[in-house]
Design a protein. Structure first.
Length: 500
């Protein structure tokens, strides 16, 4: 461990343009990172499963391998609530209603879980340890609209009309616990459990409405149900996967207002479709996860940076760009205080949703091929640099008045004006890293001085229009200085200094 390790990125350019020194300050610590991930819910998992070897294994390796792929570290499963598994439906483990909420339920594990069990096994083989199981809805018979789709409330929820069939809250908690039990029986530890998905939206697929107060009520039933089956420590409760930051902020606020429920929630989860990150979510120590987001509006694009759209500030046309997602992740981890950032679905085919841009990888099972969007590499730049358990650390950016001569280190006004986006991490194993985004149109030369006399290795990775997480040659000197690199125009550079 190098508690006093500092990384200095010194920009040295011949031109008169302002250059910047980036200093990583490991003594200034922020949130702990849980990881980066995606879901393969809605039968998307089958698009990987249906590929033939060796292509299938190559795609799995691309997603999970931390030395040759992205190194994703979180998998979000959808807990099915539907009677069947066609299209976007996921079948439930409790297809038939018991006579009453108190009757013994009949559960059924099909060993497939809409393809998600296979993906989970692959992830586990690559060392993934964080599995977030999230229910979009309770089965229809537990709801006041008798359907797992089309919104409706969990019967028994305070403030919802009473259901003739009774109060199904405990039955729902037991049902969710049973899903964890099934995964345990096949050697996968579900670490995070959510009981809602976009509770502020009514949709034609699985959906269930809840207010923050209803969620707080249910959390107080779910926690003892988990404890009863011995999952009190293994499983963290996550809530509420609201459609946007604003609605999740309100749900988090309402849960925190319930002093009995608040300590039982470990993670506040949100999507960003209806509102974006402006400040941290309220928290009494809960981690914040951006648990689902994607470019739903664009056509399939593998672009890194759309220059013309950028020149016109056409944010819709840039919504799927790789560089846009590098910025989104950066904003989430800095402004949003996020501990995790999850894309929606990793894979999709051309036929689904008009071949839109909601996937990272376009899979063509018929031709046994896949195509990767540059967004995937934006995730890799972060996922390689910040492994689970990494702590985000301080970064100071100061301009150099002339090439390689630092200005006053406390020149914060000038630092604020820097066009560089930077972030730093101290990993649990002592590795220190920085991810640097250069938004502007020219390359910048960077000299990274780690100050790490005993660092063994420095890895420099770059993604831009022409490169996908390409390793740049680099030498770390005995003094801990990394040789001159370039943060390319509209590019992302990650420097990872290995402690051992
Ligand atoms: C599958 O379940 C959904 C949700 O209940 C239902 O709307 C749909 O008709 C079912 N599809 C088939 C093929 O049974
Ligand atoms: C990840 O990739 C590396 C390098 O290609 C390989 O040696 C390693 O076996 C892979 N890891 C797994 C778990 O397959
Ligand atoms: C379920 O409860 C909500 C909230 O009161 C209500 O708006 C809705 O009409 C109910 N649905 C049915 C089918 O009763
Ligand atoms: C789970 O682990 C046990 C004990 O190692 C083993 O016998 C069993 O086959 C494993 N099950 C699966 C589905 O991998
Ligand atoms: C959050 O709650 C406040 C006050 O209760 C309300 O004014 C605001 O509209 C809510 N925001 C969202 C996004 O629901
Ligand atoms: C950031 O999140 C952590 C939990 O990960 C929390 O303890 C801390 O208070 C949050 N910071 C801010 C400024 O909200
Ligand atoms: C997607 O492509 C279709 C057909 O080419 C076009 O009509 C539509 O405007 C495009 N959508 C976006 C968001 O670019
Ligand atoms: C450039 O972007 C603008 C605004 O999005 C658009 O109207 C124009 O057609 C684009 N030009 C080209 C050459 O794509
Ligand atoms: C670009 O557009 C976004 C939203 O569409 C807006 O918030 C931002 O201020 C615009 N930036 C410039 C430089 O016009
Ligand atoms: C993929 O397969 C389809 C038939 O399923 C064929 O029409 C198409 O040309 C193939 N595309 C490529 C790129 O091979
Ligand atoms: C990116 O490169 C250009 C050109 O060298 C420079 O003007 C700009 O400030 C750089 N951005 C950063 C973050 O240094």
């Amino acid at each position: 461990m190098h508690s006093s390790l500092s990384l200095l990125a010194v920009a040295c350019v011949a031109s008169a343009a302002t250059t910047y020194r980036v200093s990583i300050d490991t003594s200034k610590t922020f949130q702990t990172i849980d990881g980066f991930g995606f879901s393969e819910a809605f039968q998307r998992a089958n698009q990987i499963i249906n590929l033939k070897e060796p292509v299938r294994s190559q795609l799995v390796d691309l997603l999970f391998n931390k030395t040759s792929g992205v190194g994703f570290t979180i998998l979000r499963n959808g807990i099915g609530s539907s009677p069947n598994s066609t299209n976007d439906w996921m079948n439930t483990i409790e297809p038939n209603a018991p006579a009453t909420p108190d009757s013994t339920p009949t559960y059924n594990w099909d060993g497939d879980d809409s393809g998600q069990f296979w993906i989970a096994q692959q992830a586990a083989n690559y060392g993934v340890k964080t599995f977030y199981a999230d229910a979009w809805s309770a089965p229809g018979f537990m709801k006041n609209n008798s359907n797992d789709a089309g919104g409706g409330y969990l019967c028994g929820s305070p403030g919802a009309p009473a259901c003739a069939s009774g109060d199904w809250r405990k039955a729902y908690a037991d049902y969710l616990t049973q899903y964890v039990e099934y995964y345990k029986s096949v050697n996968i530890s579900i670490t995070h459990l959510g009981f809602l998905n976009e509770p502020d939206l009514v949709t034609a697929y699985a959906s269930m409405e809840m207010t923050g107060a209803m969620a707080a009520d249910f959390i107080k039933i779910l926690k003892p149900a988990l404890e009863e089956k011995g999952f009190g420590d293994q499983v963290k409760i996550a809530c509420c996967d609201a459609t946007g930051w604003g609605t999740q902020r309100n749900m988090s606020r309402d849960i925190l207002a319930d002093k009995d429920a608040a300590p039982l929630v470990d993670v506040f989860t949100t999507h960003l479709y209806t509102s974006k990150i402006d400040s941290p979510l309220p928290s009494a120590g809960q981690h914040a996860w951006m648990s689902e987001y994607a470019d739903l509006g664009g056509n399939w694009s593998t672009n890194w940076f759309s220059a013309n759209a950028s020149a016109h500030n056409d944010t819709k046309a840039m919504a799927g760009d790789g560089l846009t997602w590098a910025r989104n992740i950066h904003t989430g981890l800095t402004t949003g205080n996020l501990s995790a950032f999850l894309w929606w679905v990793a894979t999709q085919d051309t036929a689904t949703n008009g071949n839109n841009n909601e996937k990272l990888v376009l899979v063509d099972d018929a031709n046994n091929t896949y195509t990767v969007a540059k967004r995937l590499w934006a995730f890799a730049q972060f996922s390689r640099a910040a492994r689970p358990g990494a702590v985000r650390v301080g970064v100071d950016v100061a301009p150099l008045t002339s090439a390689c001569k630092p200005a006053k280190p406390d020149d914060t006004a000038a630092a604020t004006a820097s066009p560089l986006r930077t972030i730093g991490f101290l990993n649990a194993n002592g590795d220190v890293s920085t991810v640097i985004i250069n938004d502007s149109a020219e390359d910048v030369a960077v000299d990274v001085d780690t100050g790490a006399k005993n660092a063994v290795n420095a890895e420099v990775w770059v993604t831009d229009a022409s490169r996908d997480l390409e390793r740049l040659p680099s030498i770390i000197t005995l003094e801990g200085r990394v040789d001159v690199q370039k943060v390319p125009a509209h590019g992302v550079l990650s420097v990872i200094v290995r402690a051992s």
